[in-house]
Design a protein around this ligand. Sequence first.
Ligand SMILES: Cc1ncc(C[n+]2csc(CCOP(=O)(O)OP(=O)(O)O)c2C)c(N)n1
Length: 360
Amino acid sequence: MEQPANPADPVRLLEPDGTLRDDPSGLDVTPELVRDLYRWMRLTRRLDTEAFSLQRHGELGLWAPSLGQEAAQVGSITALRPTDHVFPSYREHAAALVRGVTPAQMLEQWRGVSGCGWDPAALHLHAYTVVLAAHLPHATGYAMGVQRDGTDEVVTAYFGDGASSQGDANEAFNWAAACNAPVLFFAQNNQYAISTPTRLQMRTPMHRRARGFGLESYLVDGNDVLAVHAVTREAVAHIRSGAGPVLIEALTYRAGPHTSSDDPTRYRDQAEADAWLARDPVARVEKLLDARNWWEPGWREALDQECDRLGAELRSAVQAFGPVELGDLFDTVLSTRTDLLNAQKADYGDFVAGFEEVAS
Ligand SMILES: Cc1ncc(C[n+]2csc(CCOP(=O)(O)OP(=O)(O)O)c2C)c(N)n1
């Protein structure tokens, strides 16, 4: 793909006003493709807003919103084969939806019922990883295994701008390049690592740093689902052909708080958030569908109903969970129980029992 002449310009196919640029990517922009990508973005948005509300109702311990990042996630995950193994961070809810994670499976971790609600091997989707960048060496190692198996699988790791500062990320980039591992590093630069803006965190943007490690790289408008899809398709074809690892930096914006525990009004201006709202990834595709008259009769209404059904499924899934027994956490820290863990579990039991005495 011909990249923009100015390396600081992201690849873009769809303007914020819904105008389609001349397509330099070989992407066949059909109404079916646009509707499919739009459908996944709408479902992701519904999952996200519903789960956030459930957290506010006290049903979930925490939620990390994907609001505003739907195009970066949907455009990329749909460019992979369902059998390409994916290592997400913790807000790639679109990737989970596309891979077939059910509403109940999705909420298990955020409710505290389990460490991961789905079977990573069956869905080719690894567990969410909260320890920043810890999964990038895992993805690189997994890709080296793929290489030795001799298959043409492509491994993808999602991470954020903040995670790129971790040692683990830099080790993974270097090792992947040195070993020509079949791995795609997909960076969502959502402008913030909690309250730290990207500009305070790095001098050289991620897509340029990637080149120093020997990775191919792209900078893409992460709020343009068509551009993300086109760039990811090209990167994946490159990796699958054995030509080596790639890093994609998708410029996007975390429209909501970092998590349900965060208040972004304490560290960023409303004017900035408003400017990004004008580049909303879902509205942009709606404008294209409107301009081309690419809606099928009744299709949009059916999608609204599908979103409502997803919302209802999430609400009933959360009601069906049993009580959370926090003491069980001590059983899953290590594969074998140690005296120290047993003692800590016993202390925790005494601590909880102390509250029961006070209540009685
Ligand atoms: C090793 C490690 N250090 C610190 C944290 C605390 N922490 C959680 S999320 C986060 C910011 C991550 O920002 P970024 O990588 O840009 O991803 P985003 O949350 O914006 O998607 C931090 C510092 C952590 N989870 N892991």
